[in-house]
Design a protein around this ligand. Sequence first.
Ligand code: ATP
Ligand code: LTN
Length: 327
Amino acid sequence: MQQKIFSGVQPTGNIHLGNYLGALRNWVKLQDEYDTIYCIVDLHAMTVEYDPDELERNRVDTAKVLLALGVDPDRSLLYTQSQVPGHAELAWILGTMMPMGVLNRMTQFKEKTAGGTASNLGLYSYPVLMAADILLHHANLVPVGDDQRQHIEVTRDLAERFNNKFGDTFPIPEGYIPETSARVMSFTDPTTKMSKSDPQVKSRISVLDDPDVIRKRIRSAVTDSDPEVRYDVAEKPGIANLLEIMSACSGDSIDVLVDEYGSGGYGAFKDAVADAVIAEVEPVKNRYKALNNGDVRNVLRSSGIRANESALGYMDEARRATGLKGY
Ligand code: ATP
Ligand code: LTN
């Protein structure tokens, strides 16, 4: 049977360069070879403070950006998590098998709550819902950025626990993480990852930003005072980040880039990085503008129906295995 791909993105704001280089570019690429299912995880987005109208706008807008990036609804399912009740139901079942000790060690929960996000049960059990997303569709590969490694481990662990207790049900999924730019860093603090929820807008580039904004952000990206362009994550995290971004956008290896820009100063290097990023994201905005919200909603509606139909069969299996056979 064809290998299955599943991944998700939160409808919490503008899709940024990190989302694109770390995950979404692979979403598009993998459509050529695999059975691909992509989900806008609105239930996950509810785990932090949010406004309902904004969530609705963000769901449609996120779908629109994904279509503009090249997610093709003729080849992939593209729907919102809340359209398929199986996600929440399987999360409950998996939650009964999830040791709290493991949840207590999850870095995302610790970082978010340390950063001031109010804790709630949904935020705490976020990894269980993510595992349910992946296992619900019996996915084999999960294209994500580096920050999701721990969540993929939890998913594998839950699948194994389930299979050992109730019989072989779920394939054990693997992460699909790019070699360069798997963790794009913030332009204002290159020791933290670029993030949708960073209050500092200057920390990121949206894939819909105009070329002059992109250039300005990269020119003002925090670096260091030594003018040599070389790859050293510990000593020169800002430059290392820009080298990774440029390598991912241009296709040149980091060694080749260091040879070319090593002694030319930061100004020339940053301009070259901006050129490479602009060339990579430029077509996205035009395709985004050509899409209308009604068509985007139609894609979500029809994909959601198909995703639900496919999930029902798998949910039936999981229910039977756990002693919840229907009457
Ligand atoms: P937030 O930081 O506000 O929680 P986010 O920017 O991480 O949001 P998500 O929707 O959670 O966005 O992530 C979507 C995908 O993008 C995931 O696969 C995630 O691993 C990837 N991703 C997110 N940030 C980065 C980054 N800085 N570099 C590389 N990949 C990233
Ligand atoms: N936690 C992920 C979003 C996400 C996801 C998933 C990714 C939710 N469910 C299933 C892959 C597979 C994040 O990017 N923060």
